[in-house]
Write a protein that binds this ligand. Sequence first.
Ligand SMILES: [Zn+2]
Length: 353
Amino acid sequence: MKTCTKCILTENVPGTSINKDGLCNRCIEGNKFRPLGEKKLLNHFRKAKSKNRNYDALVPLSGGKDSTYILYLATKVYNLKVLTYTYDNGFFSELALKNINRAIQKAGVDHHFVKPSQSLLKKVYRKTLIKSGEICGVCGIGIMNSMLKISESYKIPLILLGHSPLENDSFTPENIYDTVRLKYILNESDDLTKEDIRRFLIYPRQNYFTNYYYTKTGRFGKKIDPLFYIENPTDREMGDIIKHEMDWEDIESSGYTKHFDCLAEPFTNFIREHRFGYSRRIVQLSTMVRNNEISREQALEIHKKDNLQNNPANMEFVKKNLNFQNRIFIISLMLNLLLTRTRYQRQMFCSGK
Ligand SMILES: [Zn+2]
């Protein structure tokens, strides 16, 4: 398997090709990010403010770097009236909770904590993990649908998301960020009733069309990614700004590179490494190399420390949380991972069929 000689991308990462000089296509293309323009962003904000609601914008807050930075921008730079909320996915780190509490105090904003039934959430995770090899989509849909519900209840015109152009290409294609697909998987579960599924999904009939329609008509807030409109500081600078402005704290060893807010992240990277031969971390670290935030040697070193071939960090916690002790569960998971070696089979596995 070829690895780029400038960053650490391998040919296993979808959309990557490496030329005869050992350079990957992304290193050859360089950083192509062109912001949409602050003027357009200000236009969104002006329109939202003119509605004169209790809140101009909703900011989902995970306690991680990107969402804390968005809260900083919204309140301290653009003076918006903000409501924040956090979705408890069952894998919150203590530090993330501390960061959330400090950030909402610093920003002086209201905050909602959405805590779905943990026993229901566990069932949904387990079923999805076995059928698709993936749990991030469950959390993604939980976050998204509760975000829509809150924006609907409070009539909040804007939802500000923390997606960053740097991370844009690091989402792996198997994610189930699609309610219809997730519902298909959950419908096959014996220990989930129709009522459970409706309760978890909040909007069980949601699809791309209804989502678009409800957003257009103002029932849901309009989702925008502020980081796509303006020139952004590097990850490191962003971390320094929120440390200073929002009392944000990073874990010692992270060097700004980790999503420490979710304790299950190393596990999900581990699963991806086994299924696809790469994880999101390779893409994230490579982007940082291309942006001169870390050297190639540092990236390799960090990736080696991840040690994704062996048991990932927090594995005991994840096992306990998802009731992994059950041997049948482990055997079916491993069997599915084994069966997804070829690309064709991977696709079958992903579709939940
Ligand atoms: Zn490269």
